[in-house]
Design a protein around this ligand. Structure first.
Ligand code: CAA
Length: 285
């Protein structure tokens, strides 16, 4: 089955990026959020990103117009009933994701694929609340979605080959390179990334070096585009914390245990760039 109509649940940082790349790649895309205010915020994020792309000479004005022509927005799940695939990008919390899977299962066409953009949680567990285990799959995008070239497809045992091939084909038609992982916590990227980010926080917490020097060391010593502390702010401290917790629960390995400093910052709401403050202050920039 070839995918033509796409639904996206959530128009936050990831959901808006997924909506953008789908619509930009020619798919009719309907994005659902809980309120008009969140829809407006998500759509204006897409607009600013695309306009910046026009200024950089990466896109043309007509790309912006044609992309927006393919995007519909709604607060009603029912408007996604006719999609070939629905990709959820809600908060990294199993109960929230199960609720989305269960709602979509009841409303969508029998052959609609339900995908999750989870970074670490089990697709098998999400699929367990549906009557279409074979049509559930993971489709993990990276931030910023329009720029990052990777999609991790997460294929549990219960997913059919037909679903996998349809999602693979769709991922490639978004201009992304696709890799495939089993349904184990963190998949490929976060299995490697999370211990590294937590170690960077431990280095700052222990006084090994300042956050600035940790970032500079990685950028210049390893040629990464961002240092780990900058990257934490970029991904979101809360998001990283939830991913690490899920991995710690599963593996019971202290490599995935969040350092106290990270926990305290999340409790204080210093969740990174999206709220203007994390390890660094973005309000003044
Ligand atoms: N429209 C179109 N293209 C754009 C663009 C825009 N608005 N903004 C940037 N780009 C393109 C640039 O043109 C450039 O493309 P080329 O290489 O083809 O020239 C590319 O994006 C990079 O741009 P710049 O070098 O100008 O750098 P930047 O400061 O704009 O880039 C960044 C910022 C891409 C975020 C870079 O710092 C980076 O790669 N950081 C690391 C990001 C990362 O690791 N993300 C993954 C996080 S983990 C995750 O998401 C998953 C999880 O589960 C936690």
């Amino acid at each position: 089955m070839a995918v033509r109509k796409v639904g996206v649940i959530g128009c936050g940082l990831m959901g808006s990026g997924i909506t953008q790349v789908c619509a930009q790649s020619g798919f009719e895309t309907t994005v659902r959020e809980v309120s008009q205010e969140l829809i407006d915020r998500g759509l204006s994020r897409i607009k600013s990103f695309m306009e910046a792309g026009v200024k950089r000479g990466k896109l043309k004005e007509e790309d912006v117009t044609s992309t927006f022509r393919r995007i519909k927005s709604t607060t009603r799940y029912e408007d996604l009933a006719d999609c070939d695939i629905v990709i959820e990008a809600v908060i990294e919390n199993m109960d929230a994701k199960k609720e989305v899977f269960s709602t979509l299962d009841k409303l969508c066409r029998k052959d609609t694929i339900i995908a999750s953009n989870t970074s670490s949680l089990s697709i098998t567990e999400m699929a367990s609340v549906t009557r279409r285990h074979d049509k559930c799959i993971g489709m993990h995008f990276f931030n910023p979605v329009p720029v990052m070239k990777l999609i991790e497809i997460v294929k549990p045992e219960i997913t059919s080959e037909q679903t996998y091939q349809a999602v693979r084909e769709m991922g490639q038609s978004l201009g992304k390179t696709v890799v495939t992982a089993k349904d184990t916590p963190g998949f490929i990227v976060n299995l490697l990334l999370v211990p590294y980010l937590l170690d960077a926080v431990r280095a700052v917490e222990n006084g090994t070096a300042t956050k600035e020097d940790v970032d500079t060391a990685v950028k210049l010593g390893l040629n990464h585009p961002m240092g780990p502390i900058e990257l934490l702010d970029y991904v979101g401290l809360d998001t990283t914390y939830y991913i690490a917790e899920a991995m710690f629960q599963e593996f019971k390995d202290t490599r995935y245990a969040s350092p106290t400093l990270l926990k305290r910052m999340v409790l204080a709401g210093r969740n990174g760039r999206k709220v203007g403050r994390g390890f660094y202050d973005y309000n003044s920039k």
